[in-house]
Design a protein around this ligand. Structure first.
Ligand code: MG
Length: 271
């Protein structure tokens, strides 16, 4: 399979911060965003190392979920090297979508570590695919605060997992690559100041992906952009449409660790 069934574009802005510690890669089959951890030595270098770990996949003739898992592992090694070199505690989020082939058909493999996000936009409706690894997400899950309260919570920037935290797990989903499906991949600098409803509206009306990415970043800047803001918009072109109508459009993809190279696909409610 070639990667001709997808296209993407990204934009990043520094916002009110002294340094841009976000990074992205939108090339070929790889559409990823990384947000280096603020206050950590080498945050910008860590984010860049994370996206660079996916660069070999961008032009690969073939890519499978296992290749994606390997790239996540490479990202972890690269961030560990940054920490060692900087003598600090570098870390980064990682989220995005990689065009893969699985069971003979094209899928987007969506991955996440941290609180950057991937949304699916289809038929004008926006769905958040990823689940934040954050303290406020845990409070929301426990029913202790509402999603709205999470936006203003004093611990809203506390993430519970990162590339560079020594843990191996990542969340993964396989999303059927169907024509017209648009993915919006963003660092928290977007979601903290632009509501999901506005993200969906802007991304629906923008036309091509590069315009959508630019308008979303501009919306964050108009709202003050207290943080770095990065948006990648990936569009699904003429992907092969599966004939098996009963196939699940969206599955979770099990965590993988060094000792267990098997991956389990658990069925989840479809988009
Ligand atoms: Mg951020």
């Amino acid at each position: 399979m070639s990667a001709v069934w997808c296209t993407g574009a990204g934009v990043t802005a520094i916002g009110m911060r002294a340094e841009n510690q976000d990074a992205y890669l939108s090339a070929g089959r790889v559409q990823v965003v990384a947000d280096g951890m603020g206050g950590h030595v080498g945050g910008a270098a860590a984010a860049q190392a994370v996206v660079d770990a996916f660069r070999p996949l961008s032009g690969a003739t073939n890519a499978t979920p296992d290749h994606v898992a390997d790239a996540v592992a490479q990202a972890r090694r690269a961030v560990d090297e940054v920490s060692y070199r900087e003598g600090g505690d570098a870390g980064s989020t990682l989220t995005g979508a990689i065009a893969v082939e699985h069971d003979g058909v094209p899928w987007w493999m969506v991955i996440n570590v941290g609180d950057s996000r991937v949304y699916a936009l289809e038929g004008g409706s926006l769905t958040q695919i990823t689940v934040d690894h954050s303290h406020v997400q845990e409070l929301v899950d426990a029913g202790r605060i509402t999603p709205e309260q999470a936006l203003d919570h004093p611990d809203r920037n506390l993430i519970t997992r990162a590339i560079g935290d020594g843990m191996f797990g990542f969340d993964g989903w396989l999303v059927r690559a169907r024509p017209g499906l648009r993915l919006i991949i963003a660092s928290d600098g977007l979601m903290k100041v632009v509501s999901d409803a506005r993200i969906g509206m802007i991304a629906s009306l923008a036309g091509d992906g590069s315009t959508a990415a630019a308008r979303l970043v501009a919306a964050a800047e108009e709202a003050g952009a207290p943080d770095n803001v990065t948006v990648v918009v990936a569009d699904t072109l003429n992907a092969h449409t599966p004939t098996d109508a009963s196939a699940d459009p969206w599955r979770t993809w099990g965590d993988r660790d060094d000792d267990d190279t098997t991956v389990s696909g658990r069925v989840k409610a479809g988009v």
